[in-house]
Design a protein around this ligand. Structure first.
Ligand code: NAD
Length: 295
């Protein structure tokens, strides 16, 4: 079994990005700038935003966090987004999800201009991804592709099962895995909550990408020997074995499944850091106008 080390790849990607930032600055340009909007007091959202800000600092990006209380109105958020859309100093904007129930996530995330949409959620970016055109690929799926590339995992002609059809992970990764590309060319099945007899699908799969949001769901008796496992899930669960009384687990029962897998991502330290790596990469591409030549 080979552990797919997302933390190590994240560190390499950060080194590469900081060299590029240093070169931009020595050419007299300002560093890339990522802005994040954070609504309410959700501790997980705060942790994610803090991790993104920390990574920006480490590589020399500028970052701004705009915080709003839980009861902020949708129109206030939209006017802030409009302001940032027109700012010459900000290259990338993300809105940390989830948002409170009175706010329509689609309306808010789709109001970010597609050339600052470094999370890759805007319909223009999703549409261009489907067509194989230059775009910001959603951060988590891009992170998964980078891991498969780094570990030279052969995906061509393989049976790839994606579990979960969210707009931010399951659906886009299912499209990317079926593209005619070096990481791609897989025969993809997309399973979801209405799928019947999921075990028959998991047992037949060469590669399983799990993004379903159910802690430790995938067990060893559900997979075949030599399977490649990518675990996107992340959950804080109670534990008697840690000082804090909690630990992080994925959608895969890692200790149970690892013996059967040829490659497997751990939680934490697998896909999670790669989501941040992709966000930073997309932001640098925006600052350098590599995808869209906006002014
Ligand atoms: P989601 O929570 O929006 O949706 C879950 C999906 O799983 C749905 O499409 C549903 O149909 C499917 N599903 C649920 N139960 C199922 C079952 N029993 N059988 C088959 N399918 C089932 O999905 P999401 O936003 O992609 O999040 C999934 C998990 O990934 C969560 O734990 C989330 O916290 C985590 N996540 C991690 C990262 C990261 O960077 N590591 C990024 C995004 C999401």
């Amino acid at each position: 079994m080979t552990l797919i080390d997302g933390k190590a790849l994240f560190s390499n990607i950060k080194n590469g990005l900081s060299l590029q930032v240093a070169s931009m600055v020595s050419d007299g340009r300002r560093p890339p700038h990522l802005a994040a909007i954070l609504v309410g007091d959700n501790p997980a959202s705060k942790t994610y935003v803090n991790a993104k800000v920390k990574a920006c600092k480490e590589i020399g990006f500028n970052s701004t966090v705009i915080e709003y209380p839980e009861n902020v109105s949708q129109s206030e958020l939209l006017s802030k987004i409009e302001e940032i859309n027109h700012s010459n100093n900000i290259d990338g904007l993300i809105v940390q999800l989830p948002l409170p129930n009175h706010i329509d996530e689609n309306v808010v995330t789709h109001s970010i201009h597609h050339y600052k949409d470094v999370d890759g959620f805007h319909p223009i970016n999703i549409g261009r991804m489907v067509l194989g055109l230059p775009c910001y690929i959603p951060a988590t799926p891009l992170g998964i592709i980078s891991l498969l590339k780094e570990y030279k995992i052969d995906t061509s002609g393989k049976k790839c099962l994606v579990i979960g059809r969210s707009h931010i992970v399951g659906t886009p990764i299912s499209i990317l895995m079926s593209r005619n590309n070096s990481i791609g060319n897989a025969t993809v099945t997309l399973a979801h909550s209405k799928t019947k007899n999921l075990s028959a699908l998991t047992l037949g799969a060469d590669i399983i990408i799990v993004a379903m949001g159910v802690p430790s769901f995938l067990k060893s008796d559900m997979v075949k020997e030599g399977v490649v496992i990518i675990d996107v899930g992340i959950h804080r669960v109670k534990s008697d074995h840690t000082k804090s009384g909690f630990k992080l687990v994925g959608d895969v029962d890692y200790d149970d499944v690892k013996h059967k897998a040829s490659y497997i991502t751990p939680v934490p330290g697998g896909v999670g850091p790669m989501t941040i790596a992709s966000l930073l990469t997309n932001t640098l591409q925006s600052a350098k106008k590599m995808i869209y030549s906006h002014t």
